[in-house]
Ligand binder design. Structure first.
Ligand code: SF4
Length: 489
């Protein structure tokens, strides 16, 4: 049998590839003298929602230009004091983006911006529009030139072509045409506008800092900048902030709420509150429910780092089995370390992960993760734990089998790539080499979700999609349009 380290060389990369990925985080601040610096910090706190690219647009207000900086990479690498100095003004919005490999291009980095006859606008969007492709085809047929492959550009194009009088009315006009998920923030010359789709798939919170208004995908961003939490923006609500005043509009017909349950299970940071509920506490509760549904005689409960941490705590508390961090990860290894030269491969492996043989030797282990997507990570982990001396490895998953892709703003593999779509629980157990396997039931998740007191989407577990997808996800051809950012990127 191979040494455990032999299998964990690609573990970090495999773990990233074997997850659902939230595609974006948005942030905005209106009326603060250090708006771009504040936005930079907000994006820093939202980095977990997207690591491929980031951007900030700022302005000093009416009649003044919008300043833009977008680039590929992490927030800390993209922005320096020098770049932030080039983003002056009291108003700013920002965006972090995750994308699939094919869509990982600087031209798709947000915020998107455009000059309309009503002045400049910039938009940062989290979510996915299920009717973006037919709208795009229609607009291209009328002469529109798209410069990105992102569905979000449809909103900008609709807004730019709207016959309504003000930017605010144009945005409402554009949003009335799109379907699906949007939590967005828009910066015009004189206002910041934040909007959530009528189902409220993605989170969006409102805060205050030194008299300025702040909008953020998650409350952890408000915490970092020391802003007070005011409230969540409601599903279907549009909030217009102008000259320090906030106006709330409800322009869409009411729909039943469908907040993404995966935000609670995995995407959001555990220190965030979603709809007034702490993510950490909910994850722990899922671990408890999982323990009641799938108990097993064992000596230690071990989390998959870091995704299974909180559910594993709940499982351990419920069963009384000791919680041990029997895998250690070096947090300071950067992504550039993923593919070291062959000659130093084993060195890289040891730097990243190791199993704690002293904890695992001869033990019956419950290995807890929050979800199984392709199953590749767990296969490697089970092998690693057994090679490190574990006598039995019982895998427990704090969400139901993932059987369908997401159409509402999350990057997912195709249905066929989802291991739970293709295989039964027993088959998956054999494929990953575990001694037993237990998923949280859909009923268990829904019962736990009742405590949230709001409607939620669980379509990737139940196959019950709340908004019909009329067309395949957009994958249009790029128009021949180069920007300076393409050269830089
Ligand atoms: Fe979330 Fe629904 Fe998408 Fe699943 S299908 S990730 S629950 S929005």
């Amino acid at each position: 049998m191979s040494h455990p380290d032999d299998d964990v060389g690609e573990l970090a990369a495999a773990h990233r590839a074997d997850r659902f990925h939230d595609e974006c985080g948005v942030f905005g601040v209106h009326g603060h003298p250090e708006a771009s610096h504040i936005t930079y910090l907000g994006l820093y706190a939202l980095q977990h929602r997207g690591q491929e690219s980031a951007g900030i647009v700022s302005t000093a207000g009416v009649g003044r230009e919008h300043h833009v900086h977008r680039a590929m990479g992490l927030v800390a690498d993209i922005f320096s004091e020098k770049t932030l100095q080039k983003l002056p003004g009291r108003h700013a919005i920002g965006h972090v983006r995750y994308s699939t490999a094919g869509g990982s291009q600087i031209r798709n980095a947000q915020p998107f911006y455009a000059t309309t006859d009503g002045g400049p606008v910039a938009i940062a969007h989290n979510g996915n529009l299920v009717n973006a492709l037919p709208i795009r085809k229609e607009l291209e047929g009328r002469g529109a030139i798209f410069s990105t492959t992102a569905d979000s550009e449809v909103i900008v194009q609709l807004l730019a072509r709207s016959r309504e009088r003000t930017q605010e009315e144009r945005l409402l006009d554009a949003l009335s045409r799109v379907k699906g998920a949007f939590s967005l923030v828009m910066l015009t010359g004189d206002a910041m506008i934040a909007a959530r789709d009528p189902r409220g798939f993605r989170p969006l919170s409102l805060g205050r800092l030194d008299g300025a208004w702040v909008v953020a995908s998650e409350t952890c961003a408000l915490d970092l900048i020391g802003a007070s939490f005011e409230r969540d923006i409601d599903p279907g609500e549009v909030v217009v902030i102008r000259r320090g005043r906030l106006r709330s509009l409800r322009p869409f017909s009411a729909e039943s709420e469908r907040f993404c349950i995966f935000e609670y299970i995995y995407f959001a940071r555990p220190d965030s509150n979603l709809n007034g509920h702490n993510v950490y506490a909910f994850r722990k509760e899922l671990g408890r429910v999982l323990a009641r549904e799938h108990p097993v005689p064992a000596d230690v409960v071990v989390p998959v780092l870091d995704s299974g941490n909180t559910a594993a705590l709940g499982y351990a508390e419920e069963t009384g089995i000791p919680y041990e961090q029997a895998m250690i990860r070096n947090h300071y290894v950067r992504r550039t370390f993923i593919e070291p030269a062959q000659s130093i491969r084993h060195f890289g492996v040891k730097v990243k992960h190791n199993a704690v043989r002293g904890v695992l030797q001869g033990k019956r282990v419950v290995l807890v993760d929050d979800s199984i997507v392709r199953g590749t990570t767990l296969t490697k982990l089970v092998t690693m734990l057994k090679a490190a001396g574990a006598r039995e490895v019982h895998v427990r998953v704090s969400s139901p089998p993932t059987i369908g892709p997401c159409h509402y703003g999350v990057d997912t593999p195709t249905r066929e790539e989802l291991i739970a779509h293709e295989h039964s629980v027993d088959e998956i157990r054999d494929l990953i080499g575990a001694d037993s396997l237990g998923f949280l039931s859909l009923e268990g998740l829904r019962r736990a979700g009742e405590s949230l007191k709001h409607g939620f989407c669980d379509a990737c577990f139940s196959d019950e999609y709340p908004v019909e997808v009329t067309e395949p996800d957009p994958a249009p051809q790029l128009s021949l349009f180069r920007t300076v950012e393409d050269e830089d990127g």
